[in-house]
Ligand binder design. Structure first.
Ligand code: ADP
Length: 245
C-alpha cells in the first residue's frame, strides 16, 4: 500500500486507468477439475491473476500428534511461483505467504464440514502462477471450488472480493497500480449463504462511511462471483456426465 495519494488513478471522466467504473470487477473465469491426479482442483483467472488450486484428502493426518480427534485439520498452503511477479520472487515460504496460508486455512475450515472427518487432514495447495493484486482472494475463491470438486462436504461456499480507496474514492477489486499506489486495500471473504465473514484484512485507512461503502460493494460483487463458482462446478459435472475428463 503506497502513501502517494497524488498519483492519478481515476480520470476526469470518473473511470479508472483500466477503463472500469468504481464498482466494476475485473473479468473472472474459473475452471474446475483441471488436474487428473488431485482429488479436486480449480484454475482461476481474475484480471491478470492466474491461480491453480489442488486439493488432497481427507486422509489420515500425519504425523499422528497433529491429529484432532474431533475434526479434520485444514492446511492451506499459499505459494507464489518465482515467475509470478515482475522481479523473480525468491522461492519458498516467507512471512507474507505463511500469514496468508494461515488466514486462508481458517476461512476454508469455516466452510468445510470438518467434524465429519476426525483425525483427518485436508491439504489445499494454492499456487499463484501470475500475480496482479488480489491473489489471496482469487486463491480462496478457487479453493472453495476445488474443495467442492473433491466432493468434500461443505456447509457453504467461500467467496471473496477486495475493495479499496484510490484518489479518495472507494473502488471495487483493486488493480495492481491501485493496490500499489492507493490509500486502502480491504480483502473480505464471506460464506455467501449464511453471510458470515470468514476473512477480513485491511491495509491503509478508511473512514467508517468509506468502510460501509466498500463492504456494500463487496457484498454485491460476491453474489456475482459465487455464481461464477457455481457455474464452474456445474460445467464440470456436465463434462463428467458426457464421459470427458
Ligand atoms: P494480494 O495479492 O492478496 O492482494 P498483497 O496485497 O500482499 O496480496 O499483494 C498485492 C500484490 O503485490 C500481489 O498480488 C502481487 O502482484 C504483488 N506482490 C506481492 N508480493 C510480492 C513479491 N514478493 N514480489 C513482487 N510482487 C509482489
Amino acid at each position: 500500500m503506497g502513501t502517494q495519494s497524488d498519483i492519478k488513478l481515476i480520470e476526469e471522466n470518473g473511470l479508472r486507468l483500466d477503463g472500469r467504473n468504481p464498482g466494476d470487477l475485473r473479468p473472472i473465469k474459473i475452471e474446475a477439475g483441471v488436474l487428473n491426479r488431485a482429488d479436486g482442483s480449480a484454475l482461476i483467472e481474475w484480471g491478470g491473476n492466474k491461480v491453480l488450486v489442488s486439493v488432497y484428502g481427507p486422509r489420515e493426518a500425519y504425523p499422528k500428534h497433529n491429529q484432532d480427534i474431533n475434526k479434520a485439520i485444514v492446511k492451506a498452503r499459499y505459494n507464489m511461483a518465482a515467475f509470478s511477479v515482475d522481479e523473480r520472487k525468491r522461492p519458498g515460504p516467507d512471512r507474507r505467504s505463511i500469514e496468508i496460508s494461515k488466514v486462508l486455512s481458517e476461512a476454508l475450515e469455516s466452510a468445510i464440514m470438518v467434524e465429519q472427518f476426525p483425525r483427518a487432514q485436508i491439504d489445499v495447495f494454492i499456487e499463484v502462477l501470475q500475480a496482479d493484486a488480489g491473489t489471496r482472494i482469487a486463491g480462496l475463491t478457487a479453493a472453495a471450488v476445488a474443495i467442492a470438486d473433491a466432493g468434500i462436504p461443505m456447509r457453504d461456499f467461500v467467496t471473496g472480493c477486495t475493495a479499496g480507496k484510490v484518489n479518495d474514492k472507494v473502488v471495487l477489486d483493486l488493480s495492481k497500480e491501485e493496490d500499489n499506489f492507493g490509500q486502502a486495500d480491504l480483502p473480505i471473504a464471506i460464506l455467501p449463504k449464511s453471510k458470515k465473514i470468514v476473512l477480513l484484512q485491511m491495509d491503509g485507512d478508511l473512514s467508517l462511511e468509506e468502510f460501509d461503502t466498500a463492504t456494500s460493494m463487496i457484498i454485491n460483487a460476491i453474489s456475482r462471483i459465487n455464481e461464477i463458482q457455481r457455474n464452474a462446478l456445474s460445467a464440470k459435472v456436465k463434462v463428467d456426465d458426457a464421459g470427458g475428463e
